[in-house]
Design a protein around this ligand. Structure first.
Ligand SMILES: NC(=O)c1ccc[n+]([C@@H]2O[C@H](COP(=O)([O-])OP(=O)(O)OC[C@H]3O[C@@H](n4cnc5c(N)ncnc54)[C@H](OP(=O)(O)O)[C@@H]3O)[C@@H](O)[C@H]2O)c1
Length: 241
């Protein structure tokens, strides 16, 4: 799909991967709608990329955001929140926030924007998932579930719509994500990759109509092992933990 002059809505555009995607999409001459909660940070991104800013909390609904965005050719559903710790320590509100922002909002935005894409015969949807949604990360059970939900949703969607659907699975990315979830990234490896690298992969996924993309690419190996030999994968993960 050609991105030049396409109208691209990016959620989570005020920070990290979403902000980097805004820059990469601007480089591909797309017309942007930048969504997030923090208007000042959205304005700062828009100053460098052009495009329109829509401030909205997707945990409180997506209908107003979709209406303000207008006709959208490409949706990059990137807004997301993390939570680290055992599921038994989570409050109901924390679980609901993860489900709402990471899973329900992308599903609702798809429902609202897909008919226009089909009507115009021009559209693509990118879900920013996570390797956690493929392998299931201990201490991130609900987060992993929300990201796995996106993969299953995308798989079904691909079969029921003519519109392109991509799922991008980043590993560890250097963004404020960890600080915001209240638990900094503490491991030495894998080393966090720059958000711009994920952003380039998102742009390529749209341009080349890629169904699933791992960033960095070597993450596809554990994902394949988990799919082909889940018992061996669990034993290996146990040894590496
Ligand atoms: N960083 C990683 O290692 C990593 C790895 C795999 C996948 N991911 C995924 O990548 C995506 C982007 O994360 P990031 O690393 O770029 O984190 P980030 O820098 O913390 O950015 C998160 C973005 O989501 C937006 N957001 C959060 N809650 C929202 C809400 N209720 N309503 C609207 N927007 C909301 C934030 O907007 P405001 O700032 O305006 O609130 C922000 O723009 C997420 O889906 C995350 O799960 C990240």
């Amino acid at each position: 799909m050609r991105l030049d002059d396409s109208r691209v809505l990016i959620t989570g555009a005020s920070s990290g991967i979403g902000a980097a995607t805004a820059h990469a999409m601007a480089g591909a001459h797309a017309r942007l709608v930048l969504a997030g909660r923090d208007r000042a940070r959205l304005d700062a991104v828009a100053a460098g990329t052009g495009g329109r800013v829509v401030a909205a909390d997707v945990a409180c609904g997506t209908a107003a955001l979709a209406a303000e965005a207008g006709a959208v050719d490409v949706l990059v559903a990137c807004a997301g929140v993390g939570w680290a710790g055992p599921v038994t320590a989570m409050t109901e509100a924390a679980i609901d926030e993860l489900l709402a922002v990471n899973l329900a909002a992308p599903v609702h935005l798809t429902r609202l924007l897909l008919p226009g894409m089909i009507e115009r015969g021009h559209g693509h949807i990118v879900f920013v998932s996570s390797i956690a949604g493929v392998v299931g990360v201990p201490g991130e059970a609900v987060y992993s579930a929300t990201k796995a939900g996106l993969t299953a949703f995308a798989e079904a969607l691909r079969a029921e719509t003519p519109v392109g659907v991509s799922v991008v699975f980043p590993g560890v990315v250097d963004t404020p994500f960890f600080e915001r979830r209240g638990a900094p990234y503490a491991r030495r490896r894998p080393v966090p990759i720059p958000a711009a690298r994920v952003a380039r992969a998102i742009v390529r996924a749209v341009e080349r109509e890629r169904a699933e993309v791992y960033v960095p690419g070597w993450l596809e190996l554990p994902a394949r092992l988990k799919g082909a030999a889940p018992g061996a994968f669990r034993r290996l993960a146990g040894l590496l933990a």
